[in-house]
Design a protein around this ligand. Sequence first.
Ligand SMILES: C[C@H](O)[C@H](O)[C@H]1CNC2=NC(N)=NC(=O)C2=N1
Length: 106
Amino acid sequence: MAHGLVPLTEEEIQAALRDLPGWRREGDEITRAFGIRYHGGVAMIVHVADIERLISHHADIDLRWGKVRFSITTHDAGHKLTEADFDLARRIDAIAQAHMAEPIDD
Ligand SMILES: C[C@H](O)[C@H](O)[C@H]1CNC2=NC(N)=NC(=O)C2=N1
């Protein structure tokens, strides 16, 4: 099993979340929403999708009027959280910043 696909322990998950303010845990997923205008959200999603293709890891993406939500888990690890999920979350944060998406508590 590749390193990124090993389920993290509870302690590892808590430590990773402490380093990723804005992301919250929902069961075996991590999730974060950003405020962004609809068409800007589309552009941001395309950028995220390009990176996802490069790293072979994909978020579930929910685009609404004025906001976009990313939810991440590792399907190949039985829908558990792995380092690959936190790696993608960090990349999404960087892309969100580049698109001037607003951190929102939602
Ligand atoms: C073969 C390919 O790399 C895998 O199916 C990848 C694709 N993207 C993925 N994305 C996510 N989030 N979890 C996975 O297990 C996963 N597996």
